[in-house]
Design a protein around this ligand. Structure first.
Ligand SMILES: Nc1ncnc2c1ncn2[C@@H]1O[C@H](COP(=O)(O)OP(=O)(O)OP(=O)(O)O)[C@@H](O)[C@H]1O
Length: 787
């Protein structure tokens, strides 16, 4: 504005000068015209002028005017110069102003950039600090070291690189800022120098103006305006200077502040940078450890497949080795198992043979509550506390002693009884034929022992359950099949108790397959697979038995009930097959006819019972005595059980007795029967061969005796009966049963050679047998058949 005003002032001054020049020109013209009028009469005029006082004055004025004119021209020229110089200075001031504005903008720009850079750096530093704090706070994840190391080490390296890059960028920015600062300082110095020069020039201008003013004031009062103008110019100049001074101060202040701020920020940045460096330094060992861990793990991971392959290879080889070892061990075990099985069977067979294939037990039933109340409940029986095979009976003041294989007193439980029986039961799994008979007068406890009661089952149920458990135990190697049949013999008639119509009579026939075995055509055979099946079979048999008679109790007393269990086994490993039969027989009551006073049909029933029981006694005696002839055909019962009584079969006679005095004579009879069966002298016929009409045993353990057995001979039987010479041990003998058994063995060992003669209708057979040194087995045998 001041410049403009100065510009306008200069224009007015110029105009005034122009006017002055115009006035001067007019005066010159007037002067010329005056002169020209005198020239027309030069001499005259000169004369007149020289003579005229006005002419001299005009001349003086003219000279004066010319001088003033020259001075005015000089001043105008000087003014024009000053004007030009002023314009130049104005231009210079404007240029400086622009330069100052530019510097200011540049400063602002750099300040803004620096602020942005600082802000950015600040943010980045914050991020770095947070990152470092986060990493420091994060515990080393050792568990998942593979992944953790890989990620963290990469991040740390990346962060390190980033920090180094940022550090470089900050260093660059710092150097740029420093360079900028230096440039600004240079510009400031230049500006200050320029200002000083301008000030000097202005001062000179002021002096010049004063000189012009002095000249002008003296020249013309109208030039006072020029002074005023110059005063204004000076004032404007002063204001301009003051403003420039202010601006300069402001600039210095701003630069100072920016510099201080930049310094402090740079310091802070340096401190942060130092902190980051420290952190980086502290992180470096951890990073090195992690890197080495990572490399180690990486190597392990690289090596892992080959190691795994190697381990798998080794494991495979070991497994193959183990399999082959196990296989050979299995072969060895199988061989041993077969050998042990054979040995066990031989031992068992030997044991049974030493004990006797026919064993006789006695069970004394307890006195019931009713009997205690109503009758003479004195017990006439007593037992030997040292020998469980002895029973004493007091009869008419005499003490009778009976020796059996085992005596069960009244308190003996069903379980205890079965304990003694179960070895026989399980031997049928090994292929032996077994018969267990319950013998005794009516009411002596036969059915109780064999069938038992629901809450305390007898031998039948327990035997089947034991067979099931044994068969299940052997299941992996053996495949067993258990078949059950149930028959009844009443008045020498055979009935199938599992049939729909149990009243149908059955027959016993020779098997047409030429095996010499007997069989019952049409006999129902039920395969049982579980204890539930057994219960169903018993129930059906019981129902059929009840429907076939009017009074079950009476009927059951007068008929024989047989439960026939066939166990067939196949060993898939050894290819061995076995078949054993277990016959559980509840015999009819053995009371004497005379005592019961029976007549008619009852008499016939009693005769049939006595006949069959007597036949059974004969057969057992013959078998125990190893007689040449065994009278199986004398009754339906023995004929039916022929297979199971002969050969390697085992027989148990459970003689049931009542302890009551009223039953004493029947008890004596039963015990005498037991005694007779048991006391057959073994020695007399221990080396005897099997009965002629016996079939070949199904047992897998035939010894030489059985192998030497002749084939079954049909037709009428025995001519001679094996000697059943009186026992060398009387029933009254008091020696313990074990010692007695030894004596029997010694007696048996005494016989080295035996000769039996079997006369047939058309043939005579002579057998000669030599026993081995232990007298247990025949070493040689000669059989002569004479037709
Ligand atoms: N050891 C025993 N313990 C308890 N009670 C028994 C025992 N023996 C037999 N009894 C009971 O004596 C009674 C007669 O027994 P059981 O019917 O078994 O005789 P049995 O000889 O079978 O007669 P039958 O020839 O008429 O069939 C039954 O009530 C039976 O429960």
């Amino acid at each position: 504005g001041e410049t403009l005003r100065s510009g306008l002032g200069a224009t007015d001054l110029e105009k005034q000068l122009q006017r002055l020049l115009v006035e001067n020109e007019r005066l010159k013209q007037e002067l010329k015209s005056c002169r020209s009028s005198e020239f027309q009469k030069p001499d005259a005029a000169a004369e007149s002028c020289s003579r005229c006082p006005h002419t001299q004055e005009v001349e003086a004025l003219r000279r004066e005017a010319t001088r003033w004119e020259g001075q005015a021209r000089q001043r105008v020229q000087r003014l024009a110069e000053l004007e030009q110089e002023l314009q130049e200075k104005n231009c210079r001031v404007e240029a400086l102003q622009q330069q100052l504005d530019g510097s200011r903008r540049q400063l602002e720009e750099s300040s803004r950039r620096r602020t942005d850079g600082e802000h950015h750096l600040h943010l980045r530093l914050q991020e770095c600090e947070e990152e470092l704090a986060r990493r420091a706070a994060t515990p080393p994840r050792v568990k998942f070291v593979t992944q953790t190391v890989e990620v963290e080490s990469a991040d740390s390296q990346k962060a390190l690189v980033e920090m180094q890059v940022k550090n470089g960028a900050l260093q660059e920015q710092l150097s740029v800022q420093r360079q900028l600062l230096r440039e600004l300082e240079t510009q400031l110095h230049d500006s200050q120098r320029t200002c000083t020069q301008l000030r000097t020039q202005l001062h000179l201008c002021g002096l010049l103006s004063k000189a012009v003013d002095n000249g002008k004031s003296r020249l013309d009062p109208r030039l006072s305006k020029i002074h005023v103008y110059e005063g204004e110019m000076q004032r404007a100049q002063g204001q301009l200077e003051a403003e420039m001074q202010n601006l300069e101060e402001e600039k210095n202040r701003v630069i100072e502040e920016a510099f201080i701020r930049a310094e402090s920020e740079m310091k802070a940045v340096h401190e942060n940078l130092a902190g980051v460096r420290m952190n980086l330094l502290s992180l470096q060992p951890a990073l090195r450890t992690l890197t080495s861990d990572y490399n180690c793990l990486k190597k392990q991971v690289q090596d892992f497949p080959s190691m795994l392959e190697k381990a798998i290879c080794e494991a495979k080889q070991e497994i193959c080795q183990v399999i082959s070892d196990v296989s050979s061990t299995n072969q060895e075990l199988l061989r041993k198992y077969k050998r042990e099985m054979n040995l066990r069977k031989k031992c068992h067979n030997e044991l049974v043979r030493l004990k006797g294939n026919i064993r006789v037990f006695c069970r004394v039933r307890p006195v019931s509550q009713e009997e205690q109340d109503s009758t003479d409940a004195r017990t006439m029986l007593s037992f030997d506390s040292d020998d469980d095979a002895i029973l004493y009976l007091s009869n008419r003041g005499k003490i009778m002693t009976f020796e059996l294989d085992k005596v069960f007193p009244p308190p003996a439980s069903q379980e205890e009884v079965f304990q003694e029986v179960q070895a026989l039961v399980t031997s049928c799994i090994d292929g032996f034929n077994v018969c267990i008979f319950a013998y005794g007068q009516t009411g002596s406890g036969k059915t109780y022992t064999m069938e038992g009661v629901a809450e305390d089952p007898g031998i039948n149920q327990r035997a089947l359950r034991l067979l099931f458990s044994e068969v299940t135990e052997k299941a992996p190697d053996w495949d067993y099949r258990i078949i059950v049949s149930m028959v009844e013999i009443y008045n020498e008639t055979l009935r199938d108790l599992l049939r729909e119509n149990p009243t149908d009579k059955l027959d016993i026939k020779m098997n047409p397959d030429g095996s010499g075995q007997l069989y019952v055509p049409g006999l129902t055979e039920i395969v049982v697979r579980s204890p539930e099946d057994i219960n169903r079979v018993f129930e059906l048999g019981h129902v059929n038995r009840a429907t076939a008679c009017t009074n079950l109790n009476e009927h059951s007393s007068r008929s024989h009930a047989l439960l026939i269990i066939t166990v067939s086994g196949f060993n898939s490993t050894t290819g061995t097959r076995t078949q054993g039969k277990l016959n559980l027989v509840d015999l009819a009551g053995s009371e004497r006819i005379g005592k019961s006073g029976a007549e008619g049909s009852r008499l016939r029933e009693a005769q049939c019972i006595n006949k069959s029981l007597s036949a059974l006694g004969d057969v057992i005696s013959a078998l125990r005595g190893r007689h040449a002839h065994v009278p199986f055909r004398n009754s339906r019962l023995t004929y039916l059980l022929q297979d199971s009584l002969s050969g390697d079969s085992k027989t148990l006679m459970m003689v049931q007795v009542s302890p009551l005095p009223g039953n004493m004579s029947e008890s004596v009879c039963s015990l005498k029967f037991a005694q007779r069966v048991r006391s057959v002298e073994l020695s007399a016929s221990s080396s005897s061969k099997r009965p002629e009409n016996s079939s070949t045993s199904s047992s897998p353990t035939h010894d030489s005796v059985e192998l030497d057995s002749p084939p079954v001979t049909p037709g009428p039987l025995p001519i001679s009966r094996a000697s059943s010479a009186g026992s060398t041990l009387s029933s009254a003998s008091r020696t313990p049963s074990s010692s007695r058994r030894r004596s029997q063995s010694q007696l048996a060992a005494g016989a080295h050679t035996h000769t039996h003669t079997h006369t047939h209708t058309h043939t005579h057979t002579l057998r000669v047998t030599w026993l081995d040194s232990s007298n247990q087995r025949p070493e040689h045998m000669m059989v002569l058949v004479l037709s």
